[in-house]
Design a protein around this ligand. Structure first.
Ligand code: ADP
Length: 661
């Protein structure tokens, strides 16, 4: 754990840095975009303003030219009126022409020196023009100024009774240096704007005529709404503080820009929040990766420390994985094995067919559940015994993807088992020799009987032969008896020879009755000597798969133990019974005595090797008997003899299967 913490903190630091970089990038990008927008907007505003100023200057100039033109025409009329004698018609013609070509002029008045109207156009009879065509009192002072200056003069703006603002242009008619009359052109300011401001101008701007106090006299526009920029310029003529105020309307580009700014901010917020989510995801992912790495390291460590070889194969038998223990066992590296198809390099060449058959059984899913043994070879050619367990390989989706095998090198275990088996065999053999040694004197005595009989028959025959009247017919019975005794001696010797013969244990069909008879033949003399009566009832028995010599050893051992146990039993009670019961699948053989019985304290130790209660006993007899019976797939145990006439005694029982398993 102490090693993992720095790894975690350094990877967390790296992740924080990784996440901080895009965040910083996005902030910078947003800042760059917003400043670009701001710059664009500023540029646009500046351009708009310069366009506004240019347009206003143009308009002002245009209006000035126009008004100056009017002024010149009016002055020309004044000059013409002064120079001609018949002037009535002249005024009417020229005024009508002016009003027609200069629609911004509402009316033209011709006043005499006392400000009385000589003529006017349009004529007074048109009622709606009445107020506009009358010179207001405020203009009276400009009458004086114009007559004194002798040149056209504009009046202050004034509001007529209709509420419309006007200015008047007064041009004196000077004849012989005397004011003879006055021409007055009346401009309604809204009509001035209406006629002198072109239509396209009002599509872009709102044009107004204001004074220094921002009092509006006239206005013209085609669009309603708020304005963005305004520019004012003095309107001269007429002057008197009148200003031309032009305001521009916000261009549609502005709202688009605002929309764009809004979209950028929203997108930025979106990117930020998604980055936040990614950060969360990455954190979770890095935690999961960390856990996975730890898990992987743990599994690798576990696999590496395994002493059991592990091998995975796919469904066609191709190796997909081997662990270090498997490589160590076979001597082949993982690179040499992974991806290989059968035959595998660790198969024994001379058993290739058998190994292939096992391989096919495994792939068919019929591998034995409790494993199977197989001889394999290492890379250096050395053979070894392997115990292999095969299991299905199921992936995370529950799919059967192949086969997983665990393999144990059981060569040493096998060798140890073999050694133990050989030692057991040796022990059995030794035990038989010991038994024979113990029985040697009895057997010698047993052998002595037929030999003595043979000797006496021989002497009898010789004596008969010495007689002159000896007939062969008399010798014949003696010789026959001699032969029988010789056979008896031969049987004893053969039995001893058979018993001490060293041979490999093997289970072959054998007649248990004959085995028992042989044993009885052995112990007959001993039993006689010890006054033990052996009772044996043998039913008809089928041959059973067993090693005859081994069974003989068991029976002999049990019979001799039983006789030993009855040493203290009164002579007439020294009964030993051998019985055989035939079951459905096994034979049950019992050896019953009426001896001392087995004390409860030693019952558990009876079958342990080297346990004996006899002064010169070896204590291996019963342990050998049990291993022999277990070799025959049977059981051996001891019970108390409840039916004993002496009140004590033991029954040793063992079973033997009727069929080979
Ligand atoms: P050994 O005969 O050399 O002592 P065994 O393994 O044959 O070795 O017997 C072990 C012990 O079991 C004997 O010493 C004896 O105490 C006890 N035993 C065996 N058979 C009998 C029996 N039939 N009755 C009583 N005790 C017995």
């Amino acid at each position: 754990m102490s090693e993992r913490r720095p790894v975690t903190s350094s990877s967390a630091r790296r992740m924080r840095l990784l996440l901080a970089l895009p965040k910083l990038g996005i902030v910078l990008l947003l800042a760059a975009l917003l400043s670009l927008l701001w710059l664009l907007q500023r540029n646009e505003a500046e351009e708009e303003r310069s366009a506004l100023i240019k347009d206003v200057l143009w308009l002002e100039q245009n209006m000035r030219f126009h008004l100056n033109g009017n002024e010149e025409q009016l002055q020309q009329l004044a000059v013409d009126l002064a120079s001609q004698s018949t002037t009535d018609q002249l005024f009417r013609t020229r005024a009508a022409h002016m009003l027609k070509t200069r629609p911004e002029i509402a009316s033209l008045l011709w006043l005499d020196g006392s400000r009385r109207t000589i003529d006017e156009l349009p004529s007074h009879s048109q009622p709606e023009q009445e107020f506009e065509s009358t010179l207001p009192p405020i203009a009276a002072k400009y009458f004086e100024i114009a007559s004194r200056l002798g040149k056209p003069v504009y009046s202050d703006p004034y509001f007529a009774t209709s509420g419309r603002a006007h200015v008047a242009l007064l041009a004196p008619v000077i004849r012989e240096r005397q004011l003879s009359s006055m021409l007055v052109a009346i401009y309604p300011l809204d009509s001035l704007l209406g006629n002198l401001v072109p239509w396209w101008f009002t599509e872009k701007y709102r044009v107004a005529i204001v004074d220094g106090n921002d009092i509006q006299f006239a206005t013209k526009t085609n669009i309603e709404g708020s304005t963005s920029q305004t520019y004012q310029i003095p309107l001269e003529p007429p002057g008197y503080g009148l200003q031309l105020k032009v305001s521009s309307y916000p261009s549609p580009g502005n709202s688009l820009q605002r929309l764009l700014t809004f979209a950028i901010v929203i997108l930025g917020a979106g990117v930020f929040s998604s980055l936040w989510m990614v950060r969360d995801l990455m954190r979770k992912r890095s935690l999961a990766e960390e856990a996975l790495r730890a898990e992987h390291a743990f599994r690798t460590a576990m696999e590496d420390s395994l002493t059991v070889g592990m091998r995975a194969r796919d469904l066609v038998g191709c190796i997909t994985y081997v662990n270090p223990a498997f490589c160590k066992m076979t001597g082949f590296s993982s690179e040499e094995l992974v991806g290989r198809l059968p035959p595998m390099p660790y198969w024994v060449p001379e058993q290739i067919e058998e190994t292939f058959a096992i391989h096919r059984t495994v792939l068919a899913g019929n591998a034995p559940a409790d494993g199977f043994e197989l001889t394999l070879r290492r890379k250096n050619g050395e053979r070894f015994q392997a115990l292999i367990y095969e299991a299905r390989l199921i992936d995370g989706n529950g799919q059967h993807t192949g086969w997983m095998a665990s393999m144990l090198d059981i060569t040493e275990r096998k060798a140890a088992e073999e050694l133990a088996r050989q030692q057991q065999e040796q022990l059995q053999f030794t035990a038989r020799l010991v038994t024979m040694g113990e029985m040697a004197s009895t057997l010698a005595h047993e052998l002595n009987q037929p030999l003595a009989a043979i000797a006496s028959y021989n002497t009898g025959c010789l004596n008969l032969l010495e007689r002159p009247d000896c007939r062969p017919a008399e010798i014949q019975p003696a010789l026959q008896k001699l032969g029988v005794q010789a056979q008896r001696a031969g049987r004893i010797i053969r039995r001893v020879h058979d018993f001490v013969r060293k041979s490999e244990p093997k289970r072959a069909p054998c007649n248990l009755g004959e085995v028992i008879e042989d044993c009885l033949g052995f112990v007959e003399a001993d039993a006689r000597k010890k006054h033990v009566h052996i009772e044996c009832t043998l039913p008809a028995l089928p041959p059973i798969p067993a090693d005859r010599l081994m069974l003989e050893q068991v029976l002999l051992n049990l019979i001799r133990n039983a006789m030993d146990a009855m040493e203290e039993t009164p002579e007439k009670e020294r009964q030993l019974r051998i019985a055989i019961e035939t079951g459905a699948s096994e034979l049950r053989i019992s050896v019953t005595d009426q001896g001392c019985g087995i004390h409860p304290d030693i019952r558990d130790k009876l079958f342990s090797a080297f346990f004996t209660t006899k002064p010169e006993g070896m204590g291996v007899g019963l342990s050998i008997c049990r291993s022999i019976i277990e070799f025959h797939r049977g059981r051996l145990w001891a019970e108390d003899n409840a039916d004993s006439a002496t009140g004590s005694g033991t029954i040793f029982i063992f079973t033997l299967p009727l069929e080979a398993t």
